[in-house]
Design a binder for this molecule. Structure first.
Ligand code: G3I
Length: 284
């Protein structure tokens, strides 16, 4: 199904620190190696997710025991090893993930913009051709966090950090006023003005809390998928859309937020109205 329906693949967890390096000094590349091979055999591109984070919970315990200076050295070594291993095979990387606070209080976890700039530089050194992205949530539309991330990327571009673009995660809840297509298009346009690309990097659409019949909810979901994919297709700087999973059977949403049907294929791998919403826009 993956090979038939999709042109690119993003390992959801297999390239995270906890998966690659649960014990200090031990690297576990079996699963991502298999995924990259699968993608190559099927003519799919691969994006890597993700080299550095600001959330402590995303790192293994041994990393959290290091001093701040040691952590930065470990991040440098990590980026050199992982980007270098897949150079020429992984075509884009989420370099830093979820660094910005939601409430306007700036960067999280004692991370500085210089740290983020360094991470981009190390990734560029390890693969001169790979597309380097900053990735975050609540930044696809308008609002404080979206502006804070834009301002940070403006400064990173100004100092010459090798940033190629930004990922809008796009975990949408239709009952909670997700960004409109107009807002997303305007945001993509301002990044284009900055010379940066954008991607929709982790799209899924929750409808469990939406009013209406099941059919009405599924139709609203299909329309939202259609509109967001349509915005990307129309934006000259939008590199593509990644869905955060392809079947509702394994979506992270059920574990975190309760049963929902956020993706393009249901629990039994049948295409849902959302699939046809995307298809209406994406068939070229
Ligand atoms: O594989 C183990 C399993 O052996 C164990 O029994 C089980 C018990 O908890 O855990 C399993 O690992 C879980 C893993 O997902 C695989 O299902 C982890 O606990 C769980 O924390 C992990 O959650 C992932 C989460 O990121 C944290 O890394 C989700 O699958 C993944 O979809 C989610 O993805 C994030 C993006 O990286 C960043 N943006 C937000 C997005 C959604 O939260």
């Amino acid at each position: 199904m993956l090979a038939r329906e999709f042109g690119s693949l993003v390992p959801g967890n297999a390239l995270k620190w906890k998966a690659l390096r649960s014990d200090r000094g031990v690297w576990t590349f079996d699963v991502p190696d298999q995924m990259v091979e699968f993608a190559e055999q099927n003519g799919m591109r691969v994006k890597g997710h993700t080299l550095a984070w600001s959330k402590e919970s995303s790192y293994p315990n041994w990393f959290l025991m290091l001093t701040r200076a040691e952590q930065l050295v470990a991040i440098r070594d990590h980026i050199q090893a992982v980007v270098g291993r897949y150079a020429g095979r992984i075509t884009a990387w989420d370099v830093w993930n979820e660094a910005m606070a939601n409430d306007g209080s700036g960067l999280l976890g004692g991370v500085s913009e210089d740290d983020i700039a360094d991470a981009f530089r190390w990734a560029r050194e390890a693969d001169p051709d790979v597309v380097l992205l900053y990735n975050d949530y609540k930044i696809a539309g308008s609002g404080r966090k979206s502006d804070d991330v834009f301002a940070m990327l403006q400064r990173l571009v100004a100092i010459g950090a090798p940033v190629d673009g930004v990922g809008f995660q796009m975990h949408a809840n239709l009952a909670d006023a997700p960004p409109s297509a107009t807002e997303i298009a305007a945001n993509m346009a301002r990044y284009e003005g900055l010379g940066l690309n954008v991607t929709i990097s982790e799209m899924d659409v929750r409808i469990a809390d939406l009013a209406g019949t099941t059919d009405e909810r599924l139709e609203a979901q299909a329309n939202y998928y259609r509109d967001v994919v349509g915005v990307c297709l129309a934006a000259p700087n939008c590199l593509g859309v990644t869905f955060w999973g392809f079947t509702d059977r394994y979506s992270w949403i059920d574990a975190r937020h309760g049963a929902a049907d956020p993706l393009l294929f249901d629990e039994n791998l049948a295409a849902t109205p959302a699939y046809f919403g995307v298809d209406r826009k994406s068939v070229v």
